[in-house]
Design a protein around this ligand. Structure first.
Ligand code: NAD
Ligand code: TYD
Length: 339
């Protein structure tokens, strides 16, 4: 039997990195290609354990560079594409929106053209619930796949744009696609600019944790491994052209998240520092995952078990995040938080 060739874009980032490891270990008979530009968010050291395996390859390339991407597809003839590569941080999109359009919109379009050229069997576009905009605090209302797209940040607007392009390649050219829209992820290798790893790394250094506004904004937290299993399922079983929401009903407001981390690490709530609110700060995200559950998906973690596993991982892997927060990240932090 021919081995399946799977291209994973953004496989050196947080979720793509976890997905690459999950796939390389789960499917020894698939060839997994990780294509990544290694921006500030990409890091190869996390893949030391799989680097020697004979079903894993790394390709350094820019998804928005047509001259590079088209010849790569015609020579490698990938069977499947799982597309994670993106600029992913809302705060950065507020100060520098342009790169979000280049990578997330133009980059996706280049990949779609390349995928069409070699007739891939499936293009899974990894998107976000943020494309739906925000919900109010009524706990009975959720995002479904039919919720209208109403993105509020340059990040979510760029992701919504890419979702629409993916849809159009399905409708116009019959490209076999799926779009997944997942809620906030957390877990190993989460870059410390995002709330949960930022809180863990700062608390472990007895530094103040910046909470935006009143801390009441709600996110629906999913452990990254449960996102990986959802994408694996959609890749194999998803019906062409369909969108699948991914989430596990783990809503918490930001203060609850920060306090859980402080209590687990036996640190004082005095470390909480309320700072100026994010511009256009979405109030609440919450996913209705019924459609994906019907396909057979079941998450392994709830928030309590997942956050405990994650905090332990950050305790056991200090080297990884210390190397990140000592680099150019420090400059970013000072600029972002005005310190
Ligand atoms: P990340 O920022 O940790 O990783 C992004 C990766 O993409 C990095 O390795 C980076 O080097 C690479 N990349 C950036 N620009 C590139 C380019 N031009 N060419 C090739 N590679 C490039 O992001 P993440 O949090 O792992 O998110 C991955 C995907 O999942 C994104 O598409 C994001 O929108 C989506 N998503 C994220 C979350 C979340 O909570 N983090 C939730 C739902 C969906
Ligand atoms: P983040 O991890 O950036 O993810 P997203 O904006 O994609 O949801 O932020 C999660 C929540 O935490 C969001 O409501 C903003 C808030 N937040 C803070 O309060 N302080 C911080 O320093 C950061 C980075 C985020």
């Amino acid at each position: 039997m021919m081995r399946k060739k799977i291209l994973v874009t953004g496989g050196s980032g947080f979720i793509g990195g976890n997905f690459v490891q999950y796939m390389v270990n789960k499917y020894p008979d698939y060839d997994i290609y990780n294509l990544d530009l290694l921006t500030y968010a990409g890091d190869l050291t996390k893949h030391r354990e799989i680097e020697e395996k004979d079903n894993y390859w790394f390709i350094k390339a820019d998804i928005a560079d047509r001259e590079e991407i088209i010849p790569l597809f015609t020579s490698k003839k990938f069977d499947y594409v799982v597309h994670f590569a993106a600029e992913s941080h809302v705060d950065r999109s507020i100060t520098e929106p342009e790169i979000f359009i280049r990578t997330n919109v133009l980059g996706t379009q280049v990949l779609l053209d390349a995928a069409k050229l070699v007739n891939v069997k499936k293009f899974v576009h990894v998107s976000t619930d943020e494309v739906y905009g925000e919900l109010d605090f009524d706990p009975n209302i959720f995002f479904t796949e039919d919720t209208p797209l109403q993105p509020n940040s340059p990040y979510s607007a760029s992701k919504a744009s890419s979702d629409l392009l993916v849809r159009s390649y399905s409708e116009t050219y019959g490209l076999p696609v799926n779009i997944t829209r997942c809620s906030n992820n957390y877990g190993p290798y989460h870059f410390p600019e995002k709330l949960i790893p930022l809180t863990i790394s700062r608390v472990l250094n007895d530094q103040k944790v910046p909470v935006y506004g009143d801390g009441k904004n709600i996110r629906d937290w999913l452990h990254v491994i449960d996102h990986c299993s959802a994408i694996d399922l959609v890749l194999h079983e998803g019906e062409n052209g369909e969108v699948y929401n991914v989430g596990g009903h783990n809503e918490r407001n930001n203060l609850e998240v920060v306090k859980t981390i402080l209590h687990t690490l036996n640190k004082s709530e005095d470390l909480i520092e309320f700072v100026e609110d994010r511009l256009g700060h979405d109030k609440r995200y919450a996913i209705d995952p019924t459609k994906l559950e019907k396909l057979g998906w079941k998450p392994k973690y709830n928030f309590d078990t997942g956050i405990a596993q994650t905090i332990q991982w950050y305790l056991d892997n200090k080297e990884w995040w210390e190397q990140i927060i000592s680099g150019e990240y420090r400059e970013y932090f000072e600029k972002q938080y005005n310190v």
